[in-house]
Design a protein around this ligand. Structure first.
Ligand code: PEP
Ligand code: MN
Length: 339
């Protein structure tokens, strides 16, 4: 159990809360952030009560509220009620339906985006992906069309009746991206950017939180906890592969994360086999494996002419492959009791 303290308490008051925990037979452990070292309690400082009879601790003076969970991420931990459904412009992620998200790695032009979006929609995708701000490994690679890309995403998605998810790279761009997109993506490289996590947590669009490329499940869930603690619990986790020793694949797609997360968190989990493997021929089999493993959705890259793509063409499905994927996902979903 975590007791979140009222802001502005002095250390004497903290000691009184700790004494109350000990009287109840528990052991207190301070989970203080930054501000309390000098004597006062800053916002979000908390004391964990381990063991004992914790029933009365919520009414101890100085305690603002109580979070019940064995894990250090109480807001996103699994609890009664099962998986939280996250609605993206009416499409629910985390329910019985496996949700398909697809589109190009980057928005390049209206023609390229529209052709990608049609393939995505024909494959059964309800949500269009596409980067307007691209976090490229090299500063000399295509960085995306920026705001123009956001406008194109909105225009094409509206035309085809789709929702939009796109990445936001920094805190200053959150309001702009939220103006155009239905869901904000925090990418692998930013999973532990706590300022960005807090900022997307303070706005109302749902958040797609990708796994950091070397993040443990606990670090990932704590990143989600930052978003939830800032006020936004509409979070979808996305497994996108982790770094491994083997250059045969771009990343090692960790499908065990799907059932392991299911046991730990109430947040929906989707899988990105495109970045997860980075090899076109492996995308469809791993997408199907992800659905069989219990994923709530998939996010897949597709492009009308993968060989000419400005980014990640080697891992983009051609339109024909995209449509075929949709049909195969339907049969695997049905086999595991999903739609
Ligand atoms: C992306 O989805 O466009 C992307 C850059 O993915 P990741 O953050 O997983 O590398
Ligand atoms: Mn990409």
């Amino acid at each position: 159990m975590i007791l979140v303290l009222k802001e502005g308490m002095d250390l004497e008051a903290v000691h009184r809360v700790e004494a109350a925990i000990r009287r109840a037979g528990g052991e207190p452990r301070r989970l203080f952030g930054g501000g309390a070292a000098g004597g006062g309690v800053s916002g979000r400082d908390a004391i964990e009560a381990r063991g004992g009879d914790t029933r009365e601790l919520g009414s101890v003076p100085g305690v603002a509220f109580v979070l019940e969970a064995k894990e250090p991420y109480p807001r996103v931990a699994r609890r009664e009620g099962g998986t939280r459904e996250v609605s993206v412009r009416g499409t629910k992620i985390g329910g019985r339906e496996v949700v398909l998200i697809a589109g190009p790695c980057a928005v390049e032009s209206v023609e390229q985006l529209e052709a990608s979006a049609r393939a995505a929609r024909d494959g059964g995708a309800r949500i269009l992906r596409g980067g307007a701000f691209k976090p490229r490994t090299s500063p000399y690679s295509f960085q995306g069309l920026g705001e123009e890309g956001l406008v194109l995403l909105r225009t094409v998605a509206d035309r085809l009746g789709m929702a939009v998810v796109t990445e936001v790279l920094d805190t200053q761009a959150v309001a702009l991206v939220a103006e155009h997109a239905d869901m904000l993506q925090v990418g692998s490289r930013n999973m532990q950017n706590t300022a960005l996590l807090r900022t997307v947590g303070r706005q109302s669009r749902p958040v797609l939180l990708k796994r950091g490329m070397s993040a443990t499940l606990e670090e990932w869930l704590l990143a989600a906890e930052y978003v939830a603690d800032a006020g936004n619990e509409n979070i979808v986790l996305c497994e996108r592969g982790v770094r491994s020793f083997d250059p045969a694949a771009r990343n090692l797609l960790d499908l065990s994360a799907v059932p392991l997360l299911r046991a730990r968190t109430r947040l929906p989990v989707i899988v990105d086999p495109s970045h997860g493997v980075g090899v076109r021929s492996a995308i469809v089999p791993m997408a199907l494996a992800a659905v069989a493993a219990g994923a709530d959705g998939l996010i897949v890259e597709c492009h009308p002419d993968p060989g000419a793509a400005k980014s990640d063409g080697f891992q983009a499905l051609a339109p024909r492959e995209m449509v075929a994927l949709g049909a195969q996902v339907r049969s695997v979903a049905a086999a595991v009791g999903r739609a």
